[in-house]
Design a protein. Structure first.
Length: 204
């Protein structure tokens, strides 16, 4: 029995039927072009497939759930700092560690890791997550991670544990965006408010 069959059977035996079938059909082709021999797969449960959003997840979304390095429980719960960037097989679209000291569980892109080591042979590790990772999470809250030009803090495993100083935190970025929208709305209101006065003064 090949390693792909072992992974598929392990997932199937534990009730992850959808991902078992998908990985059986696609895992070899997904990993064939990679230069590394170790991978971590984040596996959504079957119920995640029975939603209008991802009934048949595209290959690009599957790549977003595979990391070309081994990430064990210790790494995700304590070793990797909050907001660490982790590269995936979907080039230019990393996932982000959102485990914080206030939480009692590890999470990625604000999606909880619900079961550890569904499969682990030393080369491939599979963890269960409660839902699919949404690439929009990283794109909207950590847009500076889209750039592959800044390699500061990167190690050989595609993990970046530092956030660029000029970028600020995700929270500050959201606040800046909200502030910008509020300023635009204020200008619109002021502009419309002055129109009646201009008409009374016969101004053009």
């Amino acid at each position: 029995m090949g390693w792909r069959d072992k992974i598929s059977n392990a997932l199937s035996d534990k009730g992850y039927i959808a991902m078992s079938i998908i990985l059986q059909a696609t895992l070899s082709s997904l990993l064939s072009s990679e230069n590394t021999t170790t991978f971590t797969v984040f596996c959504p449960p079957d119920k995640a497939f029975f939603t209008p959003k991802y009934p048949q997840p595209p290959l690009t979304l599957l790549k977003y759930h595979i990391v070309p390095t081994n990430l064990d429980r210790e790494s995700l719960e304590s070793s990797l700092p909050y907001e660490s960037k982790i590269d995936t097989l979907l080039r230019g679209h990393p996932i982000v560690v959102t485990t914080s000291p206030r939480r009692r569980h590890a999470s990625i892109n604000d999606v909880k890791v619900t079961e550890w080591d569904i499969y682990n042979d030393g080369r491939v590790i599979v963890h269960e997550v409660e839902d699919f990772f949404d690439p929009a999470f990283q794109t909207l809250l950590y847009p500076w991670y889209n750039s592959n030009n800044d390699k500061n803090g990167d190690n050989n495993e595609g993990i970046e544990t530092t956030v660029p100083v000029t970028s600020g935190s995700a929270t500050s970025w959201v606040k800046d965006l909200v502030m910008e929208k509020n300023i635009v709305m204020l200008l619109v209101v002021v502009s419309f408010g002055f129109r009646p006065m201009r008409s009374l003064l016969f101004l053009p």
